[in-house]
Write a protein that binds this ligand. Structure first.
Ligand code: 5GP
Length: 235
């Protein structure tokens, strides 16, 4: 497989086509952004760590029956993945109140939710990814009701699998964001990445934040937190 032209450059990744029409090469950058691109910085070796962490978690999920786009990790910051046309939704799953949910509903961060919460956001940078419900998704024809049901069921299964995998590694899965896409033959696969950029991980004993909130909130020790997550996942 050879790397072809650049297809797309996002905030944290660059996507290249390859000589195989069904495969892409995803390059993980050290660039970090927050608050819809208003805060910018770099986190040294973030790309390497996020590629490794994502690969390990995608492999684990595939072994447990969650179909996803991961194929291979041929170099330290490049991932080979199935080519998908992205469903323009972000699915957020929450076990503990934090971030935008804590703010929106007036809950103290760290409050355990009596039930897992699932939310959809419309992937639109120019609108700041607004929260949408199934009526909006239908009205804008972003996904069919069957697809929405599949995204929800898969996301809740990912939550159960990841929370169980991370707990013995002393990481509490507070919340996370997933993205999905369709293959050429219409199969829906989990895509994007699963990393401290897209998940909140808190130390199970101390509650220390080991994720991108350290960057978003200027808490310091950002690089160390990403390294620590990798150390615990690599076991
Ligand atoms: P919140 O809505 O509280 O800001 O985020 C909830 C969870 O989803 C957090 O784990 C956060 O990292 C993730 N998340 C939500 N939207 C985005 C996004 O646009 N980019 C990234 N990297 N993560 C997101």
């Amino acid at each position: 497989m050879t790397k072809g032209e650049r297809l797309y450059e996002g905030k944290a990744k660059i996507v290249y086509i390859t000589d195989d029409p069904d495969l892409l090469l995803i390059h993980f950058k050290d660039d970090a952004t927050a608050f819809n691109g208003q805060k910018k910085g770099t986190i040294s070796d973030k790309g390497v760590l996020n590629a490794r962490i994502s690969a390990a978690l995608f492999r684990y999920l595939a072994e447990h029956g969650v179909a996803n786009h991961f194929v291979d990790l041929p170099s330290e910051r490049e991932m080979v993945a199935r080519r998908l046309s992205i469903v323009p939704l972000e699915v957020v799953v929450r076990n503990v109140a934090a971030g935008s949910l804590a703010k929106r509903l007036g809950l103290a961060e760290g409050t355990r939710l009596a039930r897992t919460v699932l939310e959809f956001y419309y992937k639109r940078d120019d609108l700041g990814d607004p929260l949408v419900n199934e009526y909006h998704i239908r009205a804008l024809d972003l996904a069919t009701p069957e697809e929405v049901a599949q995204l929800a069921a898969t996301s809740l299964r990912v939550n159960d699998l990841l929370a169980a995998h991370l707990k013995p590694r002393r990481l509490e899965l507070i919340d996370f964001k997933l993205e999905f896409g369709r293959t050429r033959d219409g199969q829906i696969l989990l895509g994007d990445e699963i990393s401290p950029d897209t998940c909140r991980f808190w130390d199970t004993e101390t509650g220390e934040r080991l994720d991108k909130d350290r960057f978003r909130r200027d808490l310091g020790g950002v690089e160390e937190a990403y390294q620590e997550v990798w150390r615990r996942i690599a076991g």
